[in-house]
Design a protein around this ligand. Structure first.
Ligand code: CTP
Ligand code: MG
Length: 231
């Protein structure tokens, strides 16, 4: 396997409807520090010059994407979105199939994580570029975690073994595509790592920054704004 000349690509799933955000448009188009959330996310990724291209999965009914100037950036490729996040990622992978090699690295990053820093992306790439499988940015859990059924505590989890999965998640093109294709329709695949885990692989974790939040609920937008100002 020729790892030395492997290139890096990014896939950005941006085809969700943002149900939990309860806004009048999908959360990736809400305004954050003067730009759409998705633009902020893509600007951060475009700052990583090692990325050969960024495939963005967009819903077919999305009227907002063509309005963004960044949609025409030479490194940005538009792919059709899918039913679930994993389908959108697979569509993004297929959109670069002519250009990407099976051994190339693919970094999948949620559109809804605009506070990603260039330094965290570079750290993930540098930490895992020689790895056989790849891995993800993750965050240790600071809270004590309870196992609960019907509001009754059944136990306390050993926190030292619990990490929260963030994005980007970095895997080799061929391996990731095969894992997502094998797991199509499986609801247990909620991120790329879980698809690889189901294939028997053991992805690694790289500790990421706590400000790499996913905008999910209305209050997250103000928090993201705060983090962007701090950075
Ligand atoms: N996503 C996607 N295609 C889908 C569903 C989600 O590309 N069919 C993307 C979202 O646009 C988002 C990322 O996957 O950038 C993470 O998903 P999530 O935070 O769950 O976003 P939504 O699905 O849009 O939000 P919700 O679950 O609240 O509806
Ligand atoms: Mg969702």
């Amino acid at each position: 396997m020729n790892t030395i000349h492997s290139r890096f690509w990014a896939i950005v799933p941006a085809a969700g409807v943002g149900k939990r955000m309860q806004a009048d448009k999908p959360k990736q188009y809400l305004s954050l520090a003067g730009k759409a959330v998705l633009e902020q996310t893509l600007l951060r990724l475009l700052d990583v010059e090692q990325l050969s291209g960024i495939a963005v999965a967009i819903s077919q009914e999305d009227p907002y994407w063509p309005e963004l100037g960044i949609a025409g950036h030479p490194k940005v490729i538009t792919a059709p979105g899918g039913k679930e996040r994993a389908d959108s990622v697979l569509s993004g992978l297929r959109s670069i199939r002519e250009r990407a090699d099976d051994n190339d690295w693919v970094l999948v990053h949620d559109a809804a994580r605009p506070c990603i820093t260039r330094s965290d992306v570079v750290l993930l790439m540098a930490s895992l570029k020689d790895d056989a499988v790849g891995g993800i940015l993750a965050l240790a859990s600071h809270d004590t975690l309870k196992q609960v059924e019907g509001r009754i505590i059944h136990g306390t989890l050993d926190r030292t073994h619990i990490w929260r999965a963030l994005t980007p998640q970095m895997f080799r093109y061929g391996m990731l595509k095969a894992a997502l294709e094998a797991g199509e329709g499986n609801p247990a695949i909620t991120d790329e790592a879980s698809a690889l885990e189901l294939m028997g692989y053991q992805p690694k974790i790289v500790e990421g920054r706590p400000d790499n939040i996913k905008i999910t609920r209305p209050e997250d937008l103000a928090l993201a704004q705060f983090y962007l100002e701090q950075q």
